[in-house]
Design a protein around this ligand. Structure first.
Ligand SMILES: [Ca+2]
Ligand SMILES: [Ca+2]
Length: 194
């Protein structure tokens, strides 16, 4: 039985799922209405040091071909979904915990709306958002969170963080949205991506 988490809650993965190493983080959403335009949400994963910064532009994994696979092999994105249509994971990110560099303290999972200002789209137009963490080797869903939070004007939402705590791995539901879009995280984490 997967553990259900709410905003602000965390789970100690090292205790709850001791054999966990290959992690699949599945993220899903549906567009409430699209008025004809594509509604394209993108999942990204930032690898962040204890100082709160990415080491360089290679520490973000997202749909761009050059950034689909992390250079150290720790994180990979399974590919861009441009509509969110259907149930189940719309995009997913794989993490191999034992390959995460010791310099990385947190993996931050953010979902943002592609071309949100141009298309005048916000998270207020998103339904059924969720994040779930699966043991890829057993197929077992370890935990999930349905983000029932009432978002409105946000164009990016930090769904969750996978982080080290006293030598153990924990997973926390953040569910914090921002109007500034993905650029906010790019700036906060010290990246120079356009
Ligand atoms: Ca997408
Ligand atoms: Ca969907």
């Amino acid at each position: 039985m997967a553990i259900q988490l709410r905003k602000g809650q965390n789970i100690n993965l090292t205790k709850e799922a001791p054999s966990l190493n290959k992690v699949l983080v599945g993220l899903g959403w549906d567009a409430r209405s699209t008025d004809g335009k594509d509604f394209d949400l993108d999942a990204s994963c930032f690898l962040v040091t204890a100082e709160g910064k990415c080491r360089d532009d290679r520490d973000v994994v997202f749909y761009q071909p050059a950034n689909l696979k992390h250079f150290e092999g720790a994180v990979s994105h399974t590919g861009d979904n441009k509509t969110g249509a259907g149930d189940g994971d719309d995009e997913s990110i794989k993490v191999q915990l034992d390959k995460v560099n010791a310099a990385i303290a947190r993996l931050v999972f953010v979902v943002s709306i592609y071309e949100a200002p141009e298309r005048k789209q916000t998270f207020g137009m998103v339904n059924n958002a969720f994040i779930r963490l699966v043991n890829e080797e057993t197929g077992e869903e370890v935990c999930r969170a349905d983000l029932s939070e009432d978002f409105s004007v946000e164009t990016s939402v930090c769904f969750a963080e996978l982080y080290r705590h006293n030598g153990e791995w924990k997973f926390k539901i953040v569910a914090q949205g921002h109007q500034a879009g993905l650029e906010k995280y790019v700036t906060d984490f010290g990246l120079t991506l356009a």
